[in-house]
Write a protein that binds this ligand. Structure first.
Ligand SMILES: [Zn+2]
Length: 375
């Protein structure tokens, strides 16, 4: 038995040595070229295969006809299957000595198709933020050429133009008394009268400053015009300049032809140093020409005077029926001649030159018209 045992041992040793040499003679395996680094570690390029088969105990069979599935098919065959030498362990286990048999290579786990690296979604080109249209610098509004204040056209003699105003609003004709140069030509003081007087008297002047009445009358009249337009009236000016030559009859006829609803004549008075207050001359009721307007003219004169005195605090010298004013006698529309103050009184003269006091006079006249027209 010992003899046989020895023989068996010898055979076993020979077979075992052959198995060991097989590991080193990898190329002999033909189908299982193993590439290893000198240190025994797999070359870097083989790591992928090594990962898939790590821990497998199956070895590439030398004797099987079926080539290892992994070896020839991989482009880098060396790395995929480290051949594991079973006999190494068998050597330490005597029970295996008589069975030096290569195990059938287990069906290799199918190498999973290398999961393709998920192609990263192509990062979309970051859409550039739409550049906002460059806001054009706001072009400054071209400064309009300063339009010169329209110089009021000098009212030609005998004609005038109604100031623009609201449609059916009352039309007020304003007559600034006198003019730059008096006109001593004569004209009938009343229709059918043989009595005559100057077409345009010279008027008075300031006791202290010497300012002409015609100038004061005109300046206040222009303020009244603006105030009435602001209140919605239509306004007709007999003149807007000193340089005119319009008789008193002609001024009255302007109001008549325009169909004015009121005719206010602006004047200043002259008395003595202490004379003060406001008065209005109104038509008399006995004229066949304009007597039909007496009640209206009286009422208008009373309302205007009362409001002027209320606003200014000036003494109310009352409404007086007049017979010698051609501008009143020839007017067929309600009206009155307003004596706004005494230019012979230095104190009152200064008031008549004061813009604030002038505005009070204007407000009083306008309030009187509002009362008359029920506005
Ligand atoms: Zn006058």
């Amino acid at each position: 038995m010992k003899k046989y045992t020895a023989i068996i041992l010898i055979i076993a040793l020979v077979l075992g040595l052959a198995g060991c040499s097989g590991q080193n003679a990898a190329t002999d395996e033909g189908t299982l070229p193993i590439v290893q680094s000198p240190s025994g570690e797999e070359t870097p390029e083989s790591t992928a295969g090594a990962e898939t088969t790590a821990g497998k105990t199956t070895a590439a069979p030398v004797t099987t006809e079926e080539p290892s599935t992994e070896a020839p098919t991989t482009e880098e065959p060396a790395a995929t299957e480290p051949a594991t030498e079973e006999t190494t362990t068998e050597e330490s286990d005597p029970s295996q000595w008589t069975i030096p048999i290569w195990t059938e290579p287990a069906t290799p786990e199918p190498t999973p198709e290398p999961t393709p690296e998920p192609t990263p979604e192509p990062t979309p080109e970051p859409t550039p933020e739409p550049t906002p249209e460059p806001t054009p610098e706001p072009t400054p509004e071209p400064t309009p050429e300063p339009t010169p204040e329209p110089t009021p056209e000098p009212t030609p003699e005998g004609t005038t133009t109604p100031e623009p105003s609201a449609g059916d609003a009352p039309l007020v004709c304003i007559d600034p008394g006198h003019q730059a140069v008096a006109n001593e030509e004569q004209e009938p003081v009343a229709p059918g009268s043989s009595e005559t007087k100057a077409k345009v008297a010279d008027g008075t002047h300031g006791i202290t400053t010497g300012i002409r009445e015609s100038v004061v009358n005109l300046e206040i009249a222009l303020m009244l015009r603006d105030e009435l337009i602001a209140r919605g009236y239509r306004v007709l000016m007999t003149r807007t300049s000193e340089d005119v030559n319009i008789s008193n009859i002609e001024r009255a006829q302007m109001a008549n032809e325009a169909g004015a609803d009121a005719f206010l004549r602006l004047h200043c008075d002259y008395g003595d140093y202490s004379s003060s207050g406001i008065s209005i001359f109104c038509q008399h009721p006995y004229s066949d020409y304009n007597g039909f307007q007496y009640e209206n003219s009286r009422r208008l004169s009373e309302l205007v005077l009362a409001n002027m005195c209320r606003v200014t605090g000036a003494p109310n010298l009352g409404v007086t029926e007049a017979y010698h004013y051609s501008g009143i006698n020839w007017s067929k529309v309600p009206g009155g001649l307003i004596e706004m103050g005494f230019m012979s009184n230095p104190t009152e003269e200064q008031r008549l030159l004061d813009p604030a006091y002038r505005q009070l006079l204007v407000q009083g006249m306008a309030d009187g018209l509002d009362a008359y027209f029920g506005r």
